[in-house]
Design a protein around this ligand. Sequence first.
Ligand code: FMN
Length: 373
Amino acid sequence: MNKIQSHSTIRRRNFLKYLAAVGITAAGGYMFFEYAPWLNYDEQAKQIRRPFEKNLTKSAQMQEIVRYATLAANGHNTQPWKFVIKQNAIEIYPDYARRLSVVDPGDRELWISLGCALENLLIAARSAGYTPEVTYPYAVDFIRIRLTADTMQRSPLLDAIPLRQNTRSEYTSQIIKRNDFDQIHAPPLEPGVVVHFVTNSAGLKTVLEYVIQGNLSQYADKAFVDELIYWLRFNKKEALASLDGLFTRCSGNPEVPRWLGRMFVAGMKPQQWADADTKKLRSSHGAVVLASESDDKTTWVRTGQVYERIALKMTSLNIKSAFINQPVEVTKLRSQFQSAIGLGAYLPQLLMRFGYANTMPRSLRRPIKQVLI
Ligand SMILES: Cc1cc2nc3c(=O)[nH]c(=O)nc-3n(C[C@H](O)[C@H](O)[C@H](O)COP(=O)(O)O)c2cc1C
């Protein structure tokens, strides 16, 4: 090799090293800002779930009750609610700007979500020393809870409110203890709402068939997948910026940049979603169907209340639960599922599985100042 050649080889090598250094620094910087290690997700999730405070001034107490209402289950964690605090009442309004027009075109699940929030609100209000009286949304588009000062009635479910979660992982397959099952299988109901526990293998096989069909139908629909991606929060930076939506870690998935997450979710085959849910259902002790006589706003709210009651009771016994609503959300499957599972004239509204499992990372909520009108 002559002098000129060796010089140009050295220059090329140096240039490549320089390029590699720039590439590594840029990638490192990108990852650093993408994952924002200085942001503490778990602290934020814990803060919104801090213990319930009592004996506050009236206005602070009302806000505290609203905070506990917002810890309720809700579709895609859209938090589709707004609250108005009045002199002796709290009102819950739907926030239609947060509706899920693809998976829930009739706002059925939106009103169920408001029912979940209502149930938390009632438990918190009683614990703070108020007797609540609910006006359901028969003729209006909101729920009104009149609050009369009374003695404090501590509900054992109050402590379960910040602990409840929709646990989407595979469960341990352990059988629920007899004594615990006795405490959950006949929850207090609401007029027009029934619950149907499925724990035998024939019944669970039917549930699984419909969950699979539901998955195949939903994930073949681009609009459904697009709506899901819109509400997915692929890393904590995104989750903490919006304080809503479905954070991937809560479902046991890693944090990734949005472009990668979107590519991954859009590229998943419907069968892969169905296979994942098959494993999850098979690892659960059983399923619960919530069904109702009619399909109107008040019934949806009451269904949400009964769901929240069941989920809180399960939480207090360290039993985990998660929704598998696909057979109810896919219109063409809903009535088939209704007869296959033996519900007679009752319309299926919600489907959930339950069992033992570890706790997953907790979802976020917006602070109450963002949900108060
Ligand atoms: C009406 C309704 C429908 C839901 N549907 C599903 C579902 O089909 N699949 C699912 O994994 N979670 C479902 N969820 C659970 C929400 O995604 C969950 O409540 C929300 O992300 C907040 O998380 P958390 O319940 O752990 O607090 C549903 C919740 C409600 C109230």
